[in-house]
Write a protein that binds this ligand. Structure first.
Ligand code: NAP
Length: 498
């Protein structure tokens, strides 16, 4: 009998108890109040990997109560004690990176080596914020009155909610949970319905590391349940902050819902990144970086290069080199040796990529390589390079979230900047040039939260990740990322003079 995804996964797991298929509330592994369930599928084959509870508003309320009950103990714990737990957790995640990576590949589809890398990267947020949590410094501010002193305290926000997407099922979880918990908050986490198993494995390791019950609660549900869970998280007065990573459309909805109670909100939303290659760029660096930024995770990254702007003098060489490299990418199941590109997450993702490519071709675009569903079927799409992208194309306005590199030529520096900024999004801009003056001018002119110069990667626990315009509010990672999970309290101390 042919091996199923589940049998392949089970065979790979050194610690099968990491495969949790229920929610986690108050330190207990629990099903839905209603008893309803849904299936998590392998996007590469459509096979069932696990059956999980469909939690809704009632379950979410119980999770919020558990987070509220855990708050007094957790927020008053010494920061050194909280740091020890988070550091132990980071160690456990690294120790079990192969297992968690295997779980992630089964439900998300990416090559298992890439998934393991992501898991290791996700552990970095736990380490980093374990340490940063010990440096939540206040201020003493000189007063204009001899009788008073001004003191600034930083305190946890309280019970918080984290809502995460499916494209980075490990890293997007720890990028929220680590700063929230390090700052002394408790959390109700809602991972994406397609990829809950990775989040649950990480939560299991958190419990093993010593998280007290209720400090982190995980509520899981099917796609249709998200609205009910989100409505409870945004309307329940106990929840003081929503931290969301996902699409701009859902981010706007959560922001509007949170407005009713003026809840704090941080949003990491969609991108539509320009990838600008100047004539003086190092061609090899630009093409290598395109592989990292456009084709990693099958192009399903918020930071993915979406609009490639290439100066006319280097255009032909760049198109040829990009097509040659894209044509060599190995497409396959994430567990198969050598796979570099897995499937798209689901048929809706595949349909979107086809719509974007079709629209471009209707407008006179040209396929250089790829352009079709892959022979492997299901949700696989060929690594694709197309030319003829212009501002009227759908792809210019929306992130494609697939392995499609679409190229537009430009003439001079100002044109590149104008084209790059011609979007409602502003997450990251990629710039390739060897001219130092141009590096500064273009980096300063880009309307983005981040700029990557001569590299296709951006992100790391030590750096402030986030966007401007409709790409989000707030920053994750770095010392700035901790501030988003803290409240400032100013005390005016009187009666100092004798
Ligand atoms: P999504 O559809 O917005 O979903 C994100 C999360 O929100 C999922 O858990 C989703 O659950 C949930 N959700 C949907 N409707 C909700 C509601 N009414 N209330 C509460 N939760 C709700 O995004 P996605 O497709 O999972 O992820 C891809 C998007 O994330 C892309 O736009 C990408 O650019 C963005 N992203 C941004 C960053 C960043 O750091 N800026 C990082 C990674 C991804 P359901 O699936 O059940 O709807």
């Amino acid at each position: 009998m042919a091996a199923t995804t589940l049998s392949r996964l089970t065979e790979r797991l050194a610690d099968p108890s990491l495969l949790r298929a229920t929610g986690c509330i108050g330190g207990e592994w629990v099903g839905a109040v209603s008893g309803a369930t849904y299936d998590v599928l392998d996007p590469a084959t459509g096979e069932v990997v696990a059956t999980l509870p469909r939690m809704v508003a009632a379950d979410t309320r119980v999770a919020i109560e558990a987070a509220a009950a855990a708050l007094p103990g957790w927020r008053s714990m010494l920061t050194t004690a909280r740091a020890r737990i988070l550091r132990r957790w980071a160690d456990l995640v690294r120790e079990h990176a192969d297992d968690i990576g295997s779980i992630e590949t089964a439900e998300q589809g990416k090559p298992v080596t890439e998934a393991i890398d992501e898991v290791r990267y996700s552990a970095g947020f736990l380490d980093w914020f374990a340490e940063e949590g010990r440096r939540v410094y206040g201020d003493v501010i000189p007063s204009t009155s001899a009788d008073t002193r001004i003191v600034v305290l930083k305190q946890p926000v309280g019970v918080t909610a984290g809502i995460t997407p499916w494209n980075l099922p490990a890293a997007m979880v720890t990028r929220k949970v680590a700063p929230a918990l390090a700052a002394g908050n408790t959390m109700v986490l809602k991972p994406a319905p397609f990829t809950p198993l990775t989040a649950l494995a990480i939560a299991e390791l958190g419990i093993r590391a010593g998280l007290p019950p209720g400090v982190l609660n995980v509520v899981v549900g099917d796609v249709e349940d998200a609205a009910a869970i989100g409505a409870e998280l945004t309307s329940n007065r106990t929840v003081r902050k929503i931290g969301f990573t996902g699409s701009t459309a859902v981010g706007k909805l959560l922001l509007a819902q949170s407005a009713a109670q003026v809840k704090r909100v941080s949003l990491e939303l969609g991108g539509n990144s320009p990838f600008i290659v100047f004539d003086d760029a190092d061609l090899q660096t630009a093409v290598d970086s395109l592989m990292a930024s456009k084709f990693r995770n099958a192009g399903q990254l918020c930071t993915a290069a979406n609009r490639l702007l290439v100066q006319t003098g280097i255009l032909d060489d760049f198109v040829a080199a990009a097509a040659e490299r894209a044509g060599r990418l190995v497409v396959g199941h994430g567990y198969d040796d050598g796979t570099e590109i897995g499937p798209l997450i689901n048929s809706a993702g595949l349909a979107k990529v086809e719509r974007h490519v079709g629209d471009l071709l209707d407008r006179g675009g040209t396929v250089v390589i790829g352009g079709h569903r892959h022979d492997l079927g299901h949700t696989f799409f060929e690594p694709t390079v197309v030319t003829g992208l212009d501002p009227a194309a759908v792809m210019w306005r929306e992130e494609t979230f697939g392995p499609v590199a679409a190229i537009t030529p430009f003439g001079d520096e100002q044109e590149a900047i104008d084209l790059a900024n011609d979007t409602d999004f502003g997450l990251v801009g990629f710039v390739f040039t060897r001219d130092l003056g141009r590096t500064w001018r273009v980096s300063e002119a880009l309307e983005t939260g981040m700029v990557a110069v001569n590299t296709g990667r951006v992100s790391g626990e030590m750096a402030p990740f986030g966007g401007v315009k409709e790409s989000g509010l707030g920053r994750e990672g770095s010392k700035y990322g901790l501030e988003d999970w803290l409240e400032i309290k100013y005390m005016n101390l009187g009666g100092i003079s004798r």
